[in-house]
Design a protein around this ligand. Structure first.
Ligand code: NAD
Ligand code: DAU
Length: 335
C-alpha cells in the first residue's frame, strides 16, 4: 500500500512511519509536512534513506501542493495539526487554519483521487472533561480549548465527507501520548528535560488534573490496525488505561532522575484547564488491540531515551522553544 502520512515529521507521525516501514515490507510512505516549530526531520534520521520513504515539504492547506503528491496514494493518515493547548490559548488562528481548513483540503483530495481509506487522527480532548466514568464514541463533543475545538471541527468535516460523498473516513481519538521524539513543550518531555537541566518543573494549579497516558507505539499499533481492519465511517477511541494525576507523574520523573521535590514550582493554572479525560476503548479492543506497555515501563523507557539523546532535545530547547518558554513563563508568573 502507498500511504500519504501528513504531519509525519512530528512526534506521533514519525513513530507511525517507523512502525509502518518496519512492519509492512511492501508499503511505501510519503511524508508530507510543513515543518512548523514541531516538525523535525531528526525524528526520522534512522529511516530517511529507506527507498520506500519519501519526504515532501508542504502545507496541507495548499490545495496544489497536496494535489501534487496524490499520485498512486491509496490511503491518507492525517496527523498534521497544531497540537499544543497552551499555544492555542495564546492564539488560535493557526489551529483553525490547519486543523479545520487543512483537514478539508485533504478530504477533498481523498474524494477527488478516490483513496481507499482516510484516517483522521483526533483526540480524546474533543469530548471535554469528565468527572466520573468514561466517554464512548457516541458521546457529544464538548471541547473547551481553542485546540480541541479546532480538532472537533476537523472530525466534523471528516464525518460530513463520509455522509455526503462516501469518502472512506475513519477517526481515531487517542488519549495523551508519551515516548521518544515528543517536543519538549508537553508535560512529560518538558519535566524530564528541565530536571536534567536542573530547571524548575512548572506544575499548573494543584497538580490534581488527570490524563490517561498511552505509550506512543501502542497508539501507532492501534492506528495501523484501524487502517487495515477498522470499519469505514466509524470512530475509535484509543486509550492506554493509565489515568494519572500530574503531581504523581512529576514525582515519578523526579524520583527516577534522583531529584527532590524542591524542583517543583507551582504556577498559575491553565485557562479553562480540563480536569480529567477518560475514554471507553471497547471498540478498538474488539478489533483485537491491547496496549503492550505498562505506564511505568513506558515512562522508564521514555526517561532513558531523553537521558541518552540530548543531541535531539538540547538544540530544540535552545532554539524556538527558548523564546516560547520564556513568554509562557513570564505570562504565568504575571511579570
Ligand atoms: P506534533 O505537534 O508533534 O506534530 C505535528 C506535525 O504536523 C509537525 O510535524 C508539523 O510540522 C506538522 N504540521 C503542522 N501544521 C501543518 C500543516 N499545515 N501542513 C503540514 N504539516 C503540518 O503533534 P503530535 O503530538 O505528533 O500529534 C499528531 C496528531 O495527533 C495531531 O493531530 C494531534 O492533534 C493528535 N493527538 C496528539 C496527542 C498527543 O498526546 N500528542 C494525543 C491525541 C491526538
Ligand atoms: O488528550 C490528548 C491531548 O494530550 C492531545 O490532543 C494534545 O495534542 C496533547 O498536547 C495533550 O494535551 P494536554 O493539554 O493534556 O497535554 P500537556 O502535556 O500540555 O499537559 C498535560 C497536563 O499537564 C495538563 O493537565 C496540563 C499540565 N501541565 C502541562 C505543562 C506543559 C503542567 O502542569 N505544566 C506544564 O508545564
Amino acid at each position: 500500500m502507498k500511504i500519504l502520512v501528513t504531519g509525519g515529521a512530528g512526534f506521533i507521525g514519525s513513530n507511525f512511519i517507523r512502525l509502518v516501514l518496519n512492519k509492512h515490507p511492501d508499503d511505501e510512505v510519503v511524508n508530507f509536512d510543513k515543518l512548523t516549530y514541531a516538525g523535525n526531520l531528526d525524528n526520522l534520521k534512522d529511516i530517511e534513506a529507506d527507498p520506500r520513504y519519501r519526504f515532501v515539504h508542504g502545507d496541507i492547506c495548499d490545495v496544489e501542493a497536496v494535489g501534487n503528491v496524490m499520485d498512486g496514494i491509496e490511503a491518507i493518515i492525517n496527523f498534521a495539526a497544531e497540537s499544543h493547548v497552551d499555544r492555542s490559548i495564546g492564539g488560535a488562528a493557526d489551529f483553525i487554519q490547519t486543523d479545520v481548513y487543512g483537514t478539508y483540503v485533504l478530504l477533498e483530495a481523498a474524494r477527488r483521487h478516490e483513496v481507499g481509506r482516510y484516517v483522521q487522527i483526533s483526540t480524546d480532548e474533543v469530548y471535554g472533561s469528565i468527572r466520573d466514568g468514561s466517554f464512548t464514541e457516541a458521546d457529544r463533543l464538548q471541547p473547551s480549548s481553542p485546540y480541541s475545538a479546532s480538532k472537533a471541527g476537523g472530525d466534523m468535516q471528516a464525518m460530513a465527507y463520509h455522509a455526503t460523498f462516501r469518502v472512506p473516513t475513519i477517526i481515531t481519538r487517542s488519549s495523551n501520548n508519551f515516548g521518544p521524539y515528543q517536543y519538549p513543550e508537553k508535560i512529560i518531555p518538558l519535566f524530564i528535560t528541565n530536571a536534567l537541566e536542573n530547571k524548575k518543573l512548572p506544575l499548573y494549579g494543584d497538580g490534581a488534573n488527570v490524563r490517561d497516558w498511552i505509550y506512543v507505539t501502542d497508539n501507532c499499533e492501534a492506528i495501523d490496525l484501524v487502517l487495515h481492519r477498522g470499519k469505514i465511517g466509524e470512530i475509535y477511541n484509543i486509550g492506554g488505561g493509565n489515568e494519572r494525576d500530574n503531581l504523581s507523574i512529576t514525582r515519578l520523573i523526579l524520583a527516577a532522575l534522583g531529584k527532590g521535590e524542591e524542583m517543583i514550582e507551582r504556577v498559575p493554572d491553565r485557562l479553562g484547564h480540563d480536569f480529567r479525560y477518560s475514554i471507553d476503548c471497547s471498540k478498538v479492543t474488539e478489533l483485537g488491540w491491547a496496549p503492550a506497555r505498562s505506564f511505568e515501563d513506558g515512562l522508564r523507557e521514555t526517561i532513558d531515551w531523553y537521558v541518552n539523546n540530548p543531541w535531539w532535545w538540547e538544540k530544540i530547547k535552545s532554539g524556538e522553544f527558548a523564546q516560547y518558554y520564556q513568554q509562557q513563563y513570564s505570562n504565568r508568573s504575571g511579570s
